[in-house]
Design a binder for this molecule. Structure first.
Ligand SMILES: Cc1cc2nc3c(=O)[nH]c(=O)nc-3n(C[C@H](O)[C@H](O)[C@H](O)COP(=O)(O)OP(=O)(O)OC[C@H]3O[C@@H](n4cnc5c(N)ncnc54)[C@H](O)[C@@H]3O)c2cc1C
Length: 390
């Protein structure tokens, strides 16, 4: 006799999404989060709900299309949490991505989104460049404007978790996974509860959704599984005292041609990020490096020379990316789902992924785990469940 059908480890966006999808699928769900919802990467992202324009450069069309579809869905399901945002791409004489290339990319982006009123792009006439939040006009050749979306990642995660709870998921925090074993009748998991007492739970299936902690947690299962070659790459953001009124700015960094965003955030506060820096330490200890802060401020100065920013605070999150040599910028953002068995999986670990596609990923996971779970009539459809943080 199992204690629940599905046990989720991690209360980030993926854990919350899987708990919601499984509870909607009619399964009994338990979720363990070691500190509080969105304590990890899911409160430290760039907070964009987007297709990922730059993934077109690596021909990740499937990912872009899926992300754009999820963006439209979230705009409908969570209007109080996800809103459309204008994005500006300035092109200077020395910008590597030339106007024709950006035009082609934006046309393809609109095509993948399924042309519509709110997905098109245009160029900003020169007569209006002075309205662009202090953007340098010296050497400027063109400015493109297109639409994507923005959220508050921690509030979105909380909203999805609440939705899971309303469907009956038992979400515990603080509750920390300790170890697990895959057995014939299910997965046995030991965890420490809020009183720091060790408890045990037997679940038919377990989803390890611990983000940058996932690889470490996977090693605490017996028998151990071969792990994919992944690494944690840190990305930092600065919070600037700075009013950015028009929208987000998508800036090509002169020194390495990566993209950095300047994003309106709260009243008189903007976000500037992000960086990519291989991180081998404890995920709990990740923090921005002074060289990352300098890199971001240099970029800001290059594009907005007359707006010296005041840094209010800074923070870093960890991306889980396929291990490879060289820059992390061009590596695949596809989500890796690793199971202990193809035919009858008991344990599934999520590596990587995007905030934007959490729901599609959760549904994919449920389809895989249905090979093990009993047939159950669904009680709801995640594509129709409204999300609210309040
Ligand atoms: C800098 C940066 C910018 C990004 N920007 C974007 C963006 O703009 N748009 C987008 O779509 N995606 C973005 N992403 C990707 C997105 O943020 C992540 O894919 C997503 O947040 C990962 O969520 P997760 O649930 O897998 O992991 P996490 O949010 O890290 O959640 C894992 C959870 O597991 C918990 N945990 C750890 N160990 C245990 C244990 N032993 N027991 C119980 N719980 C445990 C942690 O406390 C944590 O809450 C960005 C990522 C980074 C790093």
């Amino acid at each position: 006799m199992t204690d629940c059908d599905l046990l989720v480890i991690g209360g980030g966006i993926h854990g919350a999404g899987v708990a919601q999808a499984a509870a909607a699928g009619g399964y009994s769900v338990m979720l363990l989060e070691k500190s509080h919802p969105a304590a990890g990467t899911s409160s430290r992202s760039s907070k964009l709900i987007h297709g990922g324009l730059r993934y077109l450069e690596s021909a990740d069309f499937r990912l872009v299309r899926e992300s754009l579809r999820e963006r439209e869905l979230l705009l409908r399901l969570a209007p109080g949490l996800v809103r459309r945002q204008r994005f500006y791409i300035p092109v200077y004489r020395d910008t590597r991505r030339r106007p024709w290339r950006i035009r082609t990319g934006l046309s393809l982006y609109a095509l993948l989104a399924g042309f519509g009123k709110a997905v098109g792009f245009k160029t900003v006439p020169e007569s209006r460049w002075h309205e662009l939040d202090g953007l340098r006009v010296d050497g400027l050749q063109a400015v493109f404007r297109y639409w994507d979306a923005q959220t508050d990642d921690a509030r979105l995660t909380t909203a999805v978790l609440k939705s899971a709870q309303s469907l009956g998921a038992n979400c515990l925090w603080p509750a920390s996974f300790v170890r697990g074993s895959v057995e014939a009748e299910g997965c046995r998991v030991a965890y420490r509860d809020e009183r720091d007492e060790e408890r045990e739970c037997l679940a038919r299936v377990v989803v390890n959704a611990a983000g940058p902690w996932a690889a470490g947690l996977a090693r605490r299962f017996r028998p151990t599984l071969p792990a994919p070659a992944v690494e944690n790459v840190q990305g930092s953001h600065l919070e600037l005292r700075r009013r950015v009124q028009r929208g987000c700015y998508y800036m090509e960094v002169p020194e390495d041609r990566r993209a950095v965003f300047l994003i309106p955030w709260r009243e008189d506060v903007a976000l500037l990020g992000t960086t990519e820096h291989l991180y081998r330490g404890d995920p709990d200890a990740v923090a921005p490096l002074s060289e990352e802060v300098d890199y971001l401020l240099r970029t800001h100065r290059h594009y907005f020379p007359d707006c010296p920013p005041e840094v209010l605070t800074s923070w870093a999150g960890l991306r889980v990316l396929p291990a490879a040599r060289g820059s992390a910028f061009g590596r695949s953002r596809e989500t890796l789902l690793v199971t202990d068995s193809d035919a009858r999986p008991r344990l599934l670990t999520i590596y990587g992924g995007k905030l934007t596609t959490y729901r599609a990923t959760a549904e994919k996971i449920l389809r895989i785990l249905r090979r093990t779970l009993p047939q159950q009539p669904a009680v709801a459809n995640t594509a129709e469940l409204a999300l609210s943080a309040d």
